[in-house]
Design a protein around this ligand. Sequence first.
Ligand SMILES: Cc1cc2nc3c(=O)[nH]c(=O)nc-3n(C[C@H](O)[C@H](O)[C@H](O)COP(=O)(O)OP(=O)(O)OC[C@H]3O[C@@H](n4cnc5c(N)ncnc54)[C@H](O)[C@@H]3O)c2cc1C
Length: 300
Amino acid sequence: MDFKEKLLKILPESGIKENEPMSLHTTFRIGGKADYFLMPEADKVAETIKLCKQENMPYMIVGNGSNLLVSDKGIRGVVIALEKQMNSIEIKGNIIRAQAGAMLIGLAAKAAESSLGGLEFASGIPGTVGGALTMNAGAYGGEMKQVVKRIGILDKDGNSDIIDAEKYDGQYRTSYIMKSGAIVLWGEFELEKKDKEKIREEMDELKKKRTEKQPLEYPSAGSTFKRPEGYFAGKLIMDAGLAGYTVGGAQVSEKHCGFVINKGGATAEDVYTLMQNVSAEVKSKFGVELSPEVRIIGEF
Ligand SMILES: Cc1cc2nc3c(=O)[nH]c(=O)nc-3n(C[C@H](O)[C@H](O)[C@H](O)COP(=O)(O)OP(=O)(O)OC[C@H]3O[C@@H](n4cnc5c(N)ncnc54)[C@H](O)[C@@H]3O)c2cc1C
């Protein structure tokens, strides 16, 4: 039996795509084809991963692809996408529980509807619960680690486990999940009762700030580089005179130099070259090393 036939014993035909362009699954709208793009239901993730391991088939998890730069050569092996099938959200009292593929924006909106505060910071982050927990996503002083209570995972050997906030160990754009190679299946968040109108006001305020400051009208993957200790990446890039610097279809946003945008038809190679040139220029002008926040996937 070949790999596809074995997959069909676990997943329906509709949950398996071959040669799937990753440009359809990244907010950069960039990326070559994945050999296999799988969309399992929650109870099939472990079995799918076990099969990949048995068959020595490399695999990776993708949420909403909002922090990814995928090579033009694509991804060899399997991409497991959780956003399509695993997106339920449930509320009990002040606890909100979501499957890994639920969108953070939807989670924050549902919390607000139920007069639960604590996720206002997340209302404009276009990732999934799984991706946001992996990266310990944060904005405007809030971070996932402030609200997470428990996380259902598959560890790197494919066994299920539940971890608490302490083990989660959220740090700046990393966490136990990222470091251990675990997979998030669901997250549970502890929120506080708060006036609905007040939550909405705060979310609207943050939305306004984002729209004013960030180039949301172009495809991107958010902040391209991490914040170097004691600096802001965007300010360093602006001070290096690189606002509007362009390679092919990729450009340092003039609105916010911390963002690389796809102005139209950018390739992954354009973005990658631009990132390298920007890093080299900032290093030579200010002696500061920039490291990517965007996850670089595949061959460059
Ligand atoms: C316009 C814009 C604004 C943004 N603003 C912010 C911001 O304010 N703050 C911020 O922190 N980020 C921001 N981002 C970046 C991005 O939205 C976050 O990093 C988000 O958490 C990524 O989630 P995702 O589901 O898209 O993950 P993906 O990009 O799909 O994946 C990111 C990483 O997480 C891994 N992963 C995904 N799901 C799982 C899972 N279930 N289990 C294990 N690993 C998993 C992937 O393998 C990959 O390594 C922004 C992006 C854009 C485009």
